[in-house]
Design a protein around this ligand. Structure first.
Ligand SMILES: [Zn+2]
Length: 457
């Protein structure tokens, strides 16, 4: 028989109840705690209300997430052992997200593919609930939980105070309190108080009684708790700085780059990492996405797992190729133009080029190199140089009857996939099209303008 820890909205009830002015330990517990292996939170974003996914401005502390995802992510990190990054991201808490102060932290696992089972640690909307219920958490929690928000109410994701109906983040923060083992509190206005009178914005920030509760369940943050204080991405490497890592055999957990199936482990775990001077540096694994990183040192205690730290894992703005250099006039017009397609993301592997304004039915090749140039060559200008690495030719193409060619780079074969011309994360390359133009006379060949592309994850 499963239990349901519910959250009622009967605002008329608590107006007539008088509580003592000072209350100690008003929190209650459900029985059990969440083991270290059950610390992930995912969202199945099936909310029907448009206001549940209004927020379309990405905050740097919540990379890769918008709308309800951000509301739920924030709801959970409020219970963190320490400030979540710089603590910003919620206007209602003034830079203090991350207030638990216990040996308890949460892993943001991103999106799940369905509501999942009752132990899959996924939040989602549900169409029907008992009368008066806003949301509920399915317990017991010691081997996982499931939280549902009732669609009979209107949900808003914030992040500001413009909440229509109920605040997903505030109610989510209350429900996650159940997931970590707390029952309802008799202390008003604790987040774990059983009813809310307004929209629930006040429940976003946990109160002293809630903090007492999480500290009772998991212990006050140990002075030697594993802790992250920074995570910096450079090229394909992430350097995580902090305190109390193991010298060997740390695990680094990454949020994955795509939706995960509900029964699977959302953590992308890299094991066997050593630390040096308070930092861990490693190559970012394939499949890691924007989200959080966490470090787990040897051991299964709450203090052996670090706080979560946001990591975009993408060098923002570097995924779009740029055009440079100029095309020279040819036999059919003012010159041939290069148009990049897709992106320069290595994981997307969809970079392609069109070239138009070419003489019809003529041979040509795309080529690339590590440097830029601007020197006369044939009837045009060479815009690509070896840059100390080399230049690399792609397959011979023939322009069509309209004077166009298109080519999608082959990310599974040399020179793009391997060797000195490999498109690795963080490398910058310059692309141009060389083509035959017999009708123009002169050198009988010419070149397009060019594109530069820095390869991101
Ligand atoms: Zn409740």
């Amino acid at each position: 028989m499963r239990n349901f820890a519910t959250f009622f909205f009967a605002s008329t009830l608590f107006a007539v109840i008088l509580w003592p002015a000072v209350e100690l330990s008003a929190y209650t517990t459900l029985g059990g705690t969440l083991p270290q292996s059950e610390r992930s939170v995912r969202l199945y974003n099936n909310f029907a209300d448009p206001t549940a996914n209004d927020n379309d401005v990405e905050h740097p502390n919540f990379p890769g997430a918008l709308g309800a995802e951000v509301a739920i992510w924030k709801a959970c990190v409020e219970w963190s052992s320490r400030l979540y990054a710089d603590g910003t991201g919620d206007p209602a808490q003034n830079g203090s997200l991350g207030s638990g102060g216990a040996n308890f932290d949460t892993f943001w696992g991103g999106n799940a593919s369905s509501v999942g089972g009752s132990n899959d640690n996924i939040m989602s909307a549900v169409t029907a609930c008992s009368s008066g219920v806003l949301a509920y958490c399915e317990t017991p929690i010691s081997n996982g939980w499931r939280i549902r928000f009732c669609e009979s109410h209107n949900w808003s994701d914030g992040p500001g105070y413009d909440v229509f109906g109920y605040c997903l983040q505030g109610v989510g923060c209350h429900e996650y309190g159940h997931a970590l083992g707390l029952g309802h509190s008799a202390s008003n206005p604790a987040t774990m108080y059983p009813t809310i009178s307004g929209s629930g914005i006040g429940q976003r920030s946990i109160y002293s009684d809630d903090i007492d509760g999480v500290q009772y369940l998991y212990g006050l943050t140990n002075s030697n708790k594993c802790e992250i204080t920074a995570a910096v991405v450079s090229g394909d490497t992430i350097t995580i700085t902090g305190n109390n890592f193991s010298s060997n055999n740390n695990e680094v957990w990454f949020t994955r780059d795509s939706t995960t199936s509900s029964g699977s482990d959302p953590r992308l775990r890299v094991q066997g990492q050593s630390s040096s001077g308070g930092s861990i540096s490693l190559t970012i694994p394939n499949g890691a996405g924007p989200g959080v990183v966490m470090v787990k040192r040897s051991g299964s205690g709450g203090d052996d797992l670090s706080n979560p730290w946001p990591s975009s894992l993408i060098e923002l703005g570097l995924c779009d190729p740029d055009i440079y250099c100029t095309a020279s006039a040819n036999s059919v017009g003012g010159g041939a133009s290069l148009v990049p397609g897709g992106s320069s993301s290595l994981s997307a592997a969809d970079l392609s080029f069109d070239c138009y304004g070419l003489p019809a039915n003529q041979y040509g090749i795309f080529y690339y190199g590590a440097g830029q140039s601007s020197s006369p060559f044939g009837n045009g200008v060479r815009c690509v140089a070896a840059g100390g690495v080399g230049t690399f030719r792609l397959p011979v193409l023939t322009s069509d009857a309209f004077g166009s060619v298109t080519y999608a780079l082959d990310f599974n074969a040399a020179p793009v996939a391997s060797g000195p011309g490999a498109l690795t994360v963080g490398s910058t390359w310059y692309f141009q099209y060389w083509y035959r133009d017999p009708a123009a006379g002169g050198a009988f060949f010419n070149l397009s303008d060019a594109a530069s592309a820095t390869i991101c994850r």
